[in-house]
Design a protein around this ligand. Structure first.
Ligand code: SF4
Ligand code: SF4
Length: 357
């Protein structure tokens, strides 16, 4: 990734550009993860995307303990300890000097600024993959739609170049943002995580009223404007939280009643804990670090619940990692020790990424 120095285009803060993704819409895609999210799901797979500003991370496995970063930091925020480099986040001003000086790429400043113009130029390099696979670009996060002007300009440039565009949203955004962005979006990936607002607040820090209203707005926009954009609903199934029959049935009833045939796909995404290292790099204890994966039978069962919920059964699918059948051995999984992720990947889920990818 490169920083830029042009003033001719709107700037946005980008966490990561992931090429060759097959998980964030049709075909091969370049997914742009933007910084900043208005909700904080306990199971979030991109914890480094929640804060809107840049954050420094240190990867212990590649550090050669040369000490160059410590000498480089103008704030005195880095210390060499017996366990490696310690970051005093209260002192760090996220200037990026240490990351630039680090000879092994161990320190990384997550969340660099780009202009829409420069980023579009970077994305266009992948055009050949898009054209041969029916893919394109997906704006994700964090919550991409919060960086309205940046996304708007980027989408306009990409659409003018004939590139398929998708917006991955948690739905907790001002409707006016969606209204401005939708004309330039071919596919909306819309998360509905929990139908009970009190539980939604407990899981994410916010109720779901605004999200459900925005889901209706996106569906009605599609009907009224007869545009070519499509809608996929995605529901993460998290053990002990959203992975509940009542929740899946409730979301299905909501889709059937309010979104109707505007929804092309409803994808149930199985929980995985591949992001454990991200939390440790950020110095955060993650409550789901040892949570068990769901089994294939459980995912099939949730999919059956979804198909019987009132939606068109053909739109329901599931994705993500599951426990191998032999691992549960027919026992009560809840009574077993937390499962380690020896897992099968049916097919990708949008949240299934690691920094090592
Ligand atoms: S990003 Fe800047 S302030 Fe923060 S630790 Fe590195 S050199 Fe110091
Ligand atoms: S400069 Fe990089 S490799 Fe050297 S001690 Fe710092 S983080 Fe480790």
């Amino acid at each position: 990734m490169k920083a830029h120095d042009k003033d001719s285009s709107v700037r946005g803060r980008v966490l990561e550009i992931m090429r060759m993704s097959t998980e964030d819409g049709p075909g091969i895609r370049t997914t742009v993860f933007l910084k900043g999210c208005p909700i904080s799901c306990g199971w979030c797979h991109n914890p480094e995307s929640i804060k809107p500003g840049p954050q420094l991370q240190w990867i212990s496995t590649s550090c050669i303990l040369c000490g160059i970063c410590v000498a480089t930091c103008p704030q005195g925020a880095l210390t060499m300890t017996s366990e490696g480099i310690r970051i005093d986040r209260g002192r760090c001003r996220a200037c990026g000097n240490c990351a630039e000086a680090c000879p092994s790429g161990t320190l990384e400043l997550m969340g660099r600024e780009w202009t829409a113009e420069d980023l579009a130029g970077e994305i266009v390099k992948d055009r050949a993959y898009f054209e041969t696979s029916g893919g394109g670009v997906t704006l994700s996060g964090g919550e991409a739609a919060l960086q309205l002007e940046f996304c708007l300009e980027l989408l306009k440039i990409l659409r003018a170049k004939g590139i398929h565009t998708a917006l991955d949203t948690c739905g907790m955004v001002p409707p006016a943002h969606l209204e401005k962005l939708l004309p330039f979006v071919d596919l909306v990936l819309f998360d509905i995580k929990e139908i009970d607002s009190k539980k939604h607040r407990a899981f994410t820090g916010s109720g779901n009223e605004k999200i459900l209203e925005n889901a209706k707005f996106v569906a009605s926009y599609r009907k009224e404007h007869l545009r070519r954009h499509r809608i996929w609903i995605r529901t993460p199934l998290i053990p002990g939280a959203t992975a509940a029959v009542k929740n899946v049935a409730g979301i299905g009833a909501f889709i059937a009643e309010n979104l109707g045939n505007a929804v092309e796909r409803w994808e149930l995404c199985a929980f995985n804990n591949l992001c454990r290292d991200k939390y440790s790099r950020l110095g955060i204890d993650w409550e789901y670090a040892d949570a068990a994966l769901l089994t294939r039978e459980e995912m099939e069962s949730f999919a059956e619940t979804a198909r019987a919920s009132g939606v068109n059964p053909a739109i329901v699918s599931w994705s993500g990692m599951t426990l191998l059948d032999t691992e549960t051995g027919g026992k009560d999984r809840e009574a077993d020790a937390p499962a380690k992720p020896r897992a099968v990947l049916k097919h990708g889920c949008a949240t299934l990424r690691t920094m090592e990818d």
